[in-house]
Structures are given as structure tokens and as C-alpha cells.
Design a binder for this molecule. Sequence first.
Ligand code: NAD
Length: 291
Amino acid sequence: MATLLKAAPISQRIVKDLTYECTQLKEKGLTPHLQVILVGEHPPSVIYTRNKKKFMENMGATCDIHKLPEDISEKDFLEILKGHGSNPKNNGLFVQLPLPSHLSHIDVGQLVPPEKDVDGFHAHNLYSLLSGDKGDNSLLPCTPKGVITMLQEHNVTLEGKKVAIIGRSLIVGKPLTLLMTNHNATVTLCHSRTENLKEVCQNADIIVAAIGKARFLDNSFLNKDKNQILIDVGINHDESGKLCGDIDQASVEDHCALLTPVPGGVGKMTILSLGENLIQATKIQMENSHV
Ligand code: NAD
């Protein structure tokens, strides 16, 4: 039976560290502040932003959600985003995605100042990742960062490991490919057009599923050695509405060594990364004397 890589024990330690960091910054006269922009009432987005706010307040930071109407004009939206970007009170800023269809062409990541870009989507931060950074000199995208933290906390080294990542999105698969490469793993980035996907997965030491298909990956993707590590990024609802990942836990748990659960795995790590990024962003701004 696989060992479950749960976020909860890691979370306790990281929240303690983040709370300490917040206290230190407050003693220097600065409370880290996260500004969130939420357009419309997309139910999962409302829940995600509420959870992020709760997390920030729990660690001692402040967070404000600026709710905008679904039908806001592009001009007004851009003005509000620009205003938040230039407001020195905001140490971190992000727009909760997805945006309504009339705004979805806007690459919001590029409109947030890179030093406030707690989502890690600005070209400056992505280029740093491309250049080999592991997060020392830039703000990393939250989910990839959370996956690395999860592995490090469980003493899984990436050096020399073969990794298969399934899913090539800009928020998960692509940045995680770069980040794991920067940690000296050998990464194969797979997607819907990949041939012999099962074979690629069977040859990997670590498999990351970021596909968005409920329980897609079962034990037929695994080799017989039972020593593979499975990271489930997916957040889906099955036909009965139950929350589940991209990995069929019941099918794989007797065929691998380590497995992240859904819920209680990568999703929680993503919020922790956001907290870490807010602290890092605040420190960058202090060093640059912007605050
Ligand atoms: P996406 O929806 O943008 O893209 C899905 C990817 O999966 C594509 O690259 C596609 O090529 C690939 N894919 C689809 N079908 C495939 C198949 N049959 N074989 C191989 N590859 C296939 O991806 P995303 O935005 O990265 O989201 C993926 C999942 O991760 C979703 O369930 C999402 O909700 C979840 N997610 C979770 C977190 C978290 O914090 N845990 C963060 C972001 C996304």
C-alpha cells in the first residue's frame, strides 16, 4: 500500500514559519497585503478567493478581494488592475481566473508588476525560470512550487530522476517541467497528442498528472516495481459530484510507493506557495525600497 503524501503536516510547519515572517515584517512597520481581483460570481472562484483570504489572514497578512461585476467593461477592468498594481499598499496582486469571455483574451499576468506577481505568471518571472532559477531570484508559479515543496518535505530528491508530467498548461505542466529540470530531473512533458503515454509513464520514477480528467490515470500506467511516486494535481468532480483527482487512487494505491491524495494534497500546497510568494514579494519590495 502506497504512503500518502499529505499536505497537512507540511502545512502546519510552513504556516508557523510564514506567521513568524509576518510578525517580523510587522515589527518593521509593514503588514504584507494581498490584493485579489474577482470578476463575476463564478462559484469555484468565489470559494478559491475566500479560502486564499482566510489563509492569508490566518498567517497574519491582510487580504482584500475587489469584486467586480461580470459585465465590467474592458477599459474599466484595465484601469482598476493598473490602479492596484501601482498602489504601494499592495505587496501581492492577482486576478482570479477564469475571466468572463469578453475579458478572457487579456493576459493579466503581464499587467501585474513582476515584484507583486504572486501567481508567478509575469514574463519576467517565467524567464527567470527558463534561465534556471529555482525560485531564489523570482516568484514561482504556485502549483509547481507547491509540488517541489511537497517532494522536498518528504525527502524525495529530483536529481537524476525520470519524471513524466501529463498536461502542458502554462499554470502547471510547462512551468513544472522547467522547475524540475532546474532541480536536475530528466523530464518528459506529455499531452493529449503524446504517443505511447503508458510506456512513458511506466519508465518514469515520478509521474505528475495535471490533465483535468477524473481518475484518468489507473494502474495500467504503472510499472511492476511498485516504487513510483505519483503526484495528482487534478481537481475534478466525478459523475456523483465527489471531489477527485486525475489519478484513480483505489486503482494505483497497491502499485506505487508514494501518492498525493485529492483533496489534501497538491491543492493545499498551492495555497501555501501563495503565502510564501506574498512574503517573498514583500521582501523584494522592501529591498527595492518600494515600501
Ligand atoms: P488544462 O486544462 O489547461 O490542460 C489540460 C492538459 O491535459 C492539456 O495540456 C492536455 O494536452 C492534457 N491532456 C488532456 N487529455 C489528455 C490525455 N488524454 N492524455 C494526455 N494529456 C491530456 O490544465 P490545467 O489548467 O493545468 O489543469 C489540470 C488539472 O489540474 C485540472 O483538474 C485543474 O483543476 C487542476 N489544477 C489544480 C491545481 C491545484 O492547485 N491543485 C492548480 C491548477 C490546476
